[in-house]
Design a protein around this ligand. Structure first.
Ligand code: AMP
Ligand code: FE
Ligand code: FE
Ligand code: ZN
Length: 280
């Protein structure tokens, strides 16, 4: 049964093309049922969900905004940059994503070697089955560790073995924030700092702003009310767009719901207006 349209927008979601659990068509269907007017799919280093999601979206009356989420590194901080309204056929963007997906596969091999040496062998096939067609990462290794029976839960897999700094952790190869912004701009997109409240200090946030992002994620499940207020203030001070979303992973994370963290459609209009400015 369809719920009343809310007319709101969720600009941060993942599908099974990265570490979400649901296929793109189901994420768009959920968006329609929730009454969202627009939705962005922002898979990690991956655009594989966008074509089908946009087709289903046009059938169901949900505007699907093409997106991706890139990982960058600055002073040892793990920073995520969202790219919105990207031309996802752009050859340089595709080359860049292809390189990162290759790096992700090499990293999974190295993590599995470490797990094996620690006495937690996991078959590569199990991880491949968990990741499916899209980009693979630690969440799929965590799922595999649970399936093999080495740990009771997904969270335990991270906390005991593969979280940052834990014994089987291997860092990702990363580019700088400025490089990620440049590749998003080259593909005609807008670059926005994702969930600054998750792990970033104010000086680091200011560095990323100087690297040339167009926007900042204000609404996110990990943000407190005072963080939202602070990031709105940054947006005003530095002429940044405000974005937001649920960071939905298809129910992977405890209690998450699509459309729980939303923004007004007007914010999408501002993104589009800024895109026109950048083009001219
Ligand atoms: P990767 O891109 O392979 O490094 O995986 C990063 C993803 O793993 C994040 O987007 C989270 O979804 C998840 N993750 C990272 N650290 C943790 C943690 N300590 N507990 C649970 N999930 C985590
Ligand atoms: Fe994720
Ligand atoms: Fe993220
Ligand atoms: Zn995300």
């Amino acid at each position: 049964m369809l719920m009343a349209a809310t007319g709101m927008v969720d600009l941060h979601t993942h599908t099974n093309q990265s570490d979400g659990l649901l296929p793109p068509e189901q994420v768009v269907q959920l968006a329609a049922q929730t009454g969202l007017r627009a939705l962005s799919i922002t898979d990690h280093d991956e655009i594989g969900a966008l074509e089908v999601a946009m087709t289903i979206g046009s059938q169901l009356g949900v505007e699907v905004i093409p997106g991706t989420e890139l990982s960058v590194s600055h002073n040892g901080f793990d920073i995520h940059i969202l790219g919105y309204l990207i031309d996802f056929h752009h050859p340089h963007l595709l080359e860049f994503l292809h390189y990162f997906q290759g790096e992700r596969v090499r990293r999974v091999h190295r993590i599995l070697e470490k797990l094996n040496a620690l006495g937690y062998p996991v078959p590569l096939e199990t991880v491949l089955r968990k990741s499916g067609a899209g980009s693979m990462g630690r969440p799929h290794i965590a799922d595999a560790l649970v399936e093999v029976g080495h740990v009771p839960t997904y969270y335990e897999a991270f906390n005991r073995l593969i979280a940052d700094g834990r014994p089987a952790f291997v860092p990702k190869v990363r580019v700088s924030a400025a490089e990620a912004v440049a590749i998003i701009h080259e593909a005609n997109g807008l670059a926005c700092l994702a969930h600054p409240g998750q792990n970033l200090t104010e000086p680091i946030i200011l560095d990323v702003i100087k690297a040339g992002v167009d926007g900042i994620e204000v609404i996110h499940p990990k943000h407190t009310f005072s963080q939202r207020a602070l990031y709105r203030q940054f947006a005003r001070m530095y002429n940044l767009l405000e974005t937001g979303g649920s960071d939905f992973h298809g129910g992977r994370k405890d209690g998450e719901k699509l459309g729980e963290y939303v923004i007004e459609y007007e914010k999408v209009e501002r993104l589009k207006a800024r895109q026109q400015q950048l083009k001219s």
